[in-house]
Design a protein around this ligand. Structure first.
Ligand code: PHE
Length: 330
């Protein structure tokens, strides 16, 4: 039996030297280590070894077993780590990486941010007011006559007889002037609401950025220069614009600014982007600022219209649709 044991050891070493992959290694395992393998058979035969030889044969049988198990295990882990490396080198580093979907700011938010940024550069501070506003701040303090058509239920969402969803950001001017002493140089962005028929041109909700500058000796020329500087920075140096005389109860004189809008392949037209003017003395009186001492200008621009002009959008409703195919483009 001792001879058989050493012969098996040699055979095993020989078999193992021919193993090249996990499949041929498995054959070796079945031959030597499985329940029906050679080792099991040896231990079976060991029972019939005469007692005086048991010690010697037992020792060399155990040695054989350890030898086979150790060699087998080490070759197995070697082959396994080799195939893992191979798998890793199968990765093609020239393939494009995985992309992850990242959200982005809505076009309106982007436009608001840009407007705020430009006016910040012109020295304006930022203020905000509530969307639910008193009738007094939204109309009365801004010098609207009691019978002004904007006070009509048709145009304004009245929440109670004395509170409205603000129809413009101008009431924030009132709040700022009530709480600050001139000089005041402020912009006031926010949502405004109007009870209008929804169409390509108007929506019941939109965004405005209000501007206000109050100091001694503020002139209309400064208003014009500031707005032109803004338009050039926002739309580019070549923007075509015009001032048009207009009327607002809270400014005198008043004007509107249009920019030329030229959609590709369509007829161009003027698009109104903002209203502006010199703060009416009655408004100063309503907030306790002396109109003999101070002058000021104010303006209010519609963000949707400005964004539409800049990005060539011709239907305002698409800005409120949350259609990801549209929003993804910006
Ligand atoms: N509040 C006006 C509007 O909503 C715009 C405006 C603001 C006009 C400030 C003049 C001065 O149409």
């Amino acid at each position: 039996m001792l001879d058989k044991i050493s012969e098996t050891r040699n055979n095993f070493d020989d078999d193992l030297s021919k193993v090249s992959d996990l499949n041929s290694l498995e054959d070796v395992r079945l031959k030597y280590l499985s329940r029906k393998g050679i080792l099991t058979q040896f231990f079976e035969d060991f029972k019939s070894v005469p007692n005086d030889q048991k010690k010697l044969v037992g020792q060399s049988l155990n040695n054989l077993k350890t030898h086979i198990q150790e060699k087998f295990d080490s070759l197995k882990s070697e082959i396994e780590s080799r195939t893992n490396l191979q798998k890793q080198s199968d990765i093609d580093l020239t393939l494009p990486g995985r992309t992850y979907q990242v959200g982005s700011k809505h076009l309106i938010t982007q436009t608001m941010d840009e407007v705020k940024y430009i006016f910040k550069g012109l020295g304006f501070s930022l203020f905000e007011g509530p969307e639910l506003e008193s009738d007094y701040n939204n109309f009365t303090a801004l010098n609207f006559a009691d019978d002004h058509p904007a006070r009509d239920m048709q145009d304004t969402f009245f929440v109670t007889p004395n509170f409205v969803l603000r129809t413009h950001t101008s009431p924030v001017q009132i709040r700022v002037m009530q709480n600050m002493k001139p000089p005041i140089r402020a912009i006031m962005p926010g949502k405004v609401y109007r009870n209008e028929v929804i169409s390509a041109k108007s929506y019941c909700l939109f965004h405005q950025v209000e501007g206000l500058y109050v100091d001694t000796d503020v002139t209309f020329a400064e208003l014009k220069a500031t707005l032109v500087a803004f338009l050039k920075q926002f739309f580019g140096k070549d923007v075509v614009y015009r001032f048009r005389a207009s009327f607002f109860p809270f400014t005198e004189p008043s004007a509107e600014m249009d920019v030329w809008w030229q959609p590709k392949g369509k007829e161009g037209r003027w698009l109104e982007v903002l209203g502006c003017g010199m703060v009416d003395p009655n408004v100063f009186i309503n907030v306790g600022i002396d109109p003999e001492k101070y002058t000021g200008y104010a303006f209010g621009m519609g963000i949707e219209r400005t964004a539409m002009r800049k990005y060539g959008i011709d239907d305002i409703r698409i800005l409120f649709d949350s259609d990801i195919r549209f929003l993804k483009q910006f």
